[in-house]
Every structure is written in C-alpha cells, then in structure tokens.
Write a protein that binds this ligand. Structure first.
Ligand SMILES: Nc1ncnc2c1ncn2[C@@H]1O[C@H](COP(=O)(O)OP(=O)(O)O)[C@@H](O)[C@H]1O
Ligand SMILES: [Mg+2]
Length: 234
C-alpha cells in the first residue's frame, strides 16, 4: 500500500540546513491503522507531508499503491492526491461560512459527480460520523470534537485509499481525543481504507495495527497484531 525507501528530507533556510528525516524505510499494509508517535520536532509532520505528496523528499522514494509519486509531474500528482488521499488536520481547517454538510459536500464539487449522488454520499458520511442532527450547523456552532468529525467525513467522502491525520487530537481534551481515535478506527474498518495518524500521546498507541516511533528525524517501527475480533458498527 505504502512504502518509503531511504527517504531523507533536509530543509534549507539560507545557510542553515535542518535534516528533518534521516533514511526512513517503512512499509504499510493496505487496510491498516498506523500511528506515528514522537515528540514535537521529531519529524512527524515532515513524514506525513511526504507521504501525502505535499512535499518531495530530498532523497529516496515514496511509493503509494506501487506508484513512485516522485515520477509524477505536478499536474498528475495533484490529481493523484485529490483522488487517493484524504487529509485531517490538527486545527480542523473547515470553511467557516459553510455548514457541516456543505463542508463535506464541498470535497466532491470538483469531481463532476452528479448532484443527487454527491448529496447521497455526503449524507452517508455525515450519518457515519454521528452528525446527522448537526448537519446544518456551521463550524463555530460545533464543539472541537464535532468539528473533527466533520473533517473525518470530509476526508473520507471521496473514498480515498489512504487517510493522513496529523495530530488530529492535539486540540481536543483526552476524552474527545479518544472518541475521535475510536471513530477513525471504526471508519478505517467501515470504508476499508488505510490511516496514518500522528500523535505525541503514547496513551493512544493501543488502537493501532502498526506503530512507528519518530525521534530526531529517525523512524523505527513495530508491527502490532491486528484486532480481528473487533468490528465496527457500520
Ligand atoms: N519548513 C521548514 N523549514 C525549516 N525547518 C523545518 C520546516 N518544517 C519543519 N522543520 C524542522 O524539521 C524538524 C521536524 O519538524 P516536524 O516535521 O514539523 O516535526 P513534528 O511534526 O514531529 O513536530 C524540526 O526540527 C523542525 O524545526
Ligand atoms: Mg507536527
């Protein structure tokens, strides 16, 4: 599903170079829930930006579904990203003038999907994240946890192969954060997609199939057992 081979990332600012990632090698199975844990500055966002094709590595290869994304020209890369990857952010990044429903539907506007199908797909996701009663609310009328549910629905509405969530619980209290992790875990199973989730909170690790530890730009991995007994309510 996802492979990184010898990935390095160096940021240059004038004369100063920061090596944010050193020789990262990893492999992620399809339909898995992977957590990257590490302190601030350890390289989590850099890693997610490279996996999300928002940035290119200084060295090494990123392969998604077998495609070396570095070989794609910018236009094709944009199309690939829009179709195959969903993003969830720490600060939700919802559009303030749109309702919960419209924020999710907006993600489908560029796809050319007929309106009735677009509405039905949006409805399905709004219900799946438990926001049926809040569909007409704008972000400032929703709690942090509810805003993140909108963002989860928006990330999934195009049925991406991969969803990337960069510290999605960092702006939530621990009980809302836990509820968001559990919802993402359920959604990952329901929609049979892969999730990569970053956090600085080791308390959340028990929810992952695969755990990666980021430290000073080095990433080490540990494959955990899947949770075959659990099934999502979907
Ligand atoms: N755009 C950038 N320019 C220069 N240095 C950066 C940039 N982005 C991140 N860094 C540096 O790279 C390192 C890793 O940062 P980051 O990936 O944001 O870590 P994390 O998400 O784990 O907090 C840090 O030392 C950070 O200061
Ligand atoms: Mg970060």
């Amino acid at each position: 599903m996802l492979e990184l081979e010898g990935v390095c990332k160096t940021y240059s600012e004038g004369d100063i170079e920061v090596q944010a990632l050193h020789d990262v090698n990893l492999s992620l199975d399809a339909s898995s829930f992977c957590m990257i844990v590490g302190p601030s500055g350890s390289g989590k966002s850099t890693l997610l930006n490279l996996i999300g094709t928002l940035d290119r590595p200084t060295r090494g290869r990123v392969l998604i579904e077998g495609q070396d994304v570095n070989l794609l020209p910018d236009r094709e890369l944009t199309r690939f990203r829009a179709g195959r990857i969903g993003f969830i952010f720490q600060s939700f990044n919802l559009m303030p003038v749109l309702t919960a429903f419209e924020n999710v539907e907006y993600a489908l506007l560029q796809t050319g999907m007929p309106k009735a199908q677009r509405r039905a797909r949006t409805e399905e996701l709004i219900e799946a994240v438990g926001l049926g009663a809040h569909r007409a609310h704008r972000p400032n009328q929703l709690s942090g946890g509810q805003r993140q549910r909108v963002a989860i629905a928006r990330a999934l509405v195009k049925r991406p192969a991969l969803v990337l969530a960069d510290e999605p619980t960092a702006n939530l209290d621990s009980s809302n954060g836990l509820a968001i992790v559990e919802l993402m875990r359920d959604m990952q199973r329901c929609f049979d997609t892969s999730f990569v989730f970053s956090t600085h909170d080791p308390m959340l690790l028990g929810h992952a199939d695969q755990v990666l530890y980021a430290n000073d730009g080095r990433v080490t991995g540990e494959a955990l057992k899947a949770h075959p007994g659990e099934s999502a309510a979907c």
